[in-house]
Design a protein around this ligand. Structure first.
Ligand SMILES: Nc1ncnc2c1ncn2[C@@H]1O[C@H](COP(=O)(O)OP(=O)(O)OP(=O)(O)O)[C@@H](O)[C@H]1O
Length: 473
């Protein structure tokens, strides 16, 4: 059954305030509103609501500072933060100041209604203690809805020790997420230690993880601390966990169950005081189904799953990331460069099989190689090679796209039957092909060999096309 309660909505945008208030009233809640921090303080002074909903940017100050004060003074009051500044900073700051929930704008009213329900259900049963916030730089760039989801999960796990399993294609930022979880949480003053299961010989993985005693195996000349010990108090990042050999999986599972581990070849048992973040670019559930990964270990690791989107699934972040990497290159002493709008469009149209890493590397190369301060679309296309032109809808000149659309519209009026008679492809391509070939012949002094080379077709093909299109040569 739905609970109802007193809700205070703080937002300086009249329309948003009204829409939220109406929706919540429809659900049976009693709603008061405030358009500023001053008004909010006045409402709070005359009585606490059951749930406070607040925007971040308010005309007389920052909503998050107010939320921090309110949650400190009234730890039982659940606060839902709304924000159009959709960064990891806002998501994490919201959690740190003790907010119950963070919703990036624009949000779905149903989602807000559900958040209000769980806030009422939680009531004073316990809201996260506010954490003191220093000025920490947050590394993850991206404002797409897919990244917002990632930020919300990160914000939820930073202050606890739940095991996180990050999955995503290579270069999507899995290690960066692991580091963010470490850097933002209470373990940040202890080490972050990474180990890549795919990069270490299989027979050495257990010794690397748990350490070994002198003489434990051939070549073990001295006692060596493993990564679990090195990461004590901090975070252990198990990269490419899908490549972990079975025996090591069994041992890892025992450690996760008992909270203790034994060094290889030694009787010493050591308490495992680490937070585990694992990552995989393989489908671990599939590996489990095929018998390549222990099911019980999978569940132990997959307590909080974070799935990172491929860059092509969040194209709206590409411009932001590209600028960020150019700025970083400039800070690192390389020439400062910027991208013009068509160049950005080409980047946005490319599929980025290597994800953010590929974009980062390319921006560094552009910073070095591009001649002008402003990088243009041709340079980007040249750098991306044929892949960009072939796969990228954004790489099509907008003028050509508009001309083709206009041609189709004219056809629809003048000869509508042609739209359905199966000749469309040849007709339209023919219309584009003719001026292209003519222009190139002209450019190369009617030298067919050179025109064919420039077109990337052989001379015989060019001749056939000239014949077919009835072009004089
Ligand atoms: N959202 C992001 N914002 C800024 N930089 C990013 C982001 N995602 C990834 N990067 C950068 O891209 C590069 C690759 O990221 P990372 O090493 O975390 O990827 P990964 O998924 O762990 O890759 P792999 O599976 O190949 O190990 C790094 O240099 C990282 O700093």
């Amino acid at each position: 059954m739905n609970r109802t309660g007193n809700i205070l909505v703080v937002d300086d945008d009249n329309a948003i305030r009204t829409v939220i208030a109406q929706a919540l009233r429809r659900d049976g809640h009693r709603v008061t509103t405030a358009a500023s921090l001053g008004e909010c303080d006045a409402r709070l002074a005359s009585g606490l609501p059951d749930v406070l909903i607040s925007d971040v940017v308010l005309p007389d100050g920052n909503g998050l500072d107010m939320v921090g004060r309110v949650t400190k003074a009234h730890p039982g009051l659940p606060v839902i933060v709304l924000s159009a500044q959709n960064t990891l900073t806002t998501a994490v700051r919201s959690t740190e100041v003790g907010a119950f929930e963070y919703l990036p704008k624009p949000f779905d009213l149903d989602v807000l209604a559900r958040a209000v329900q769980s806030a009422l259900a939680r009531g004073s049963a316990g809201v996260a203690e506010p954490i003191d916030e220093g000025d920490r730089e947050l590394p993850l760039i991206g404002r797409s809805p897919a990244m917002q989801d990632v930020y919300r999960v990160i914000a939820r796990v930073v202050s606890n020790d739940l095991t996180v399993l990050v999955s995503g294609e290579s270069g999507t930022g899995k290690e960066l997420v692991a580091r963010a979880i470490h850097d933002l949480g209470p373990r940040r003053h202890a080490p972050f230690v990474a180990i890549n299961m795919a990069a270490i010989p299989r027979e050495l993985i257990e010794a690397e993880l748990f350490g070994h005693e002198r003489g434990a195996f051939t070549g073990a000349q001295a006692r060596s601390a493993g990564r679990f010990e090195q990461a004590a108090g901090g975070t252990l990042f198990l990269d490419e966990i899908g490549d972990m050999p079975m025996e090591a999986q069994t041992r890892l599972l025992r450690v996760l169950q008992s909270g203790e581990f034994t060094t290889v070849g030694g009787a010493r048992t050591i308490r495992a005081d680490v937070r585990i973040v694992a990552a995989t670019n393989k489908d671990l559930a599939l590996l489990v189904a095929n018998g390549g990964f222990r099911e019980d270990l999978f569940y132990r690791l997959n307590v909080v799953p974070i799935s990172l989107p491929a860059l092509r699934a969040r194209r709206q972040d590409i411009a932001l990331l590209a600028r960020h990497f150019l700025d970083r290159a400039a800070e690192g002493g390389l020439p400062r460069k910027q991208l013009d709008a068509p160049a950005t469009a080409v980047l946005e149209g490319y599929d980025w099989p290597g994800n953010v890493r590929e974009l980062e590397n390319m921006m560094r190369r552009m910073a070095v190689l591009s001649r002008d301060d402003t990088i243009d679309a041709n340079e980007v296309r040249a750098m991306l090679g044929s892949a960009a032109t072939a796969s990228s809808p954004a790489a099509v000149d907008p003028g050509i796209a508009a001309a083709v659309r206009a041609r189709l519209e004219r056809m629809a009026i003048e000869e509508p039957a042609a739209l359905d008679d199966g000749s469309l492809y040849d007709r339209i391509i023919g219309e584009v092909e003719r001026p292209l070939i003519e222009a190139l012949l002209e450019r190369h002094g009617r030298n067919q060999l050179r025109a064919a080379r420039a077109l990337g077709i052989n001379r015989n093909t060019l001749r056939k096309r000239l014949d077919l299109l009835g072009i004089d040569f």
